[in-house]
Write a protein that binds this ligand. Structure first.
Ligand code: FES
Length: 91
């Protein structure tokens, strides 16, 4: 099924590009730009972006590798009493 009519990219092209990127770099963060570059093509109108990304997300090799998940420490919660009081206009 054609996903990008401007460049003639099919759903299987996207899957094959994702597999190739993942094979060459298992830690790669895969973006639409990398997929287009892997295919030697470029987007033109951008009308396919949503479907293109939806197909990328549905590919089982697209996910960020497990060892790279959760690297960012959790953001500390701000206690309500620790938050700054709201500004009041000078009287
Ligand atoms: S349909 Fe993909 S860039 Fe136009």
């Amino acid at each position: 099924m054609i996903i990008c009519f401007c460049s003639g990219v099919t759903d299987s092209d996207i899957s094959e590009a994702i597999a190739a990127i993942r094979t060459s770099d298992p830690r790669a963060v895969i973006t639409p730009g990398k997929v287009y570059r892997a295919l030697g093509k470029a987007p033109r109108c951008g009308g396919c972006v949503r479907e293109f990304v939806d197909h990328m997300r549905s590919d089982e090799q697209f996910a960020v590798p497990a060892e790279l998940r959760g690297l960012r420490p959790p953001t500390p919660a701000v206690e309500p009493e620790a938050a700054e009081p709201p500004l009041r206009p000078a009287v």
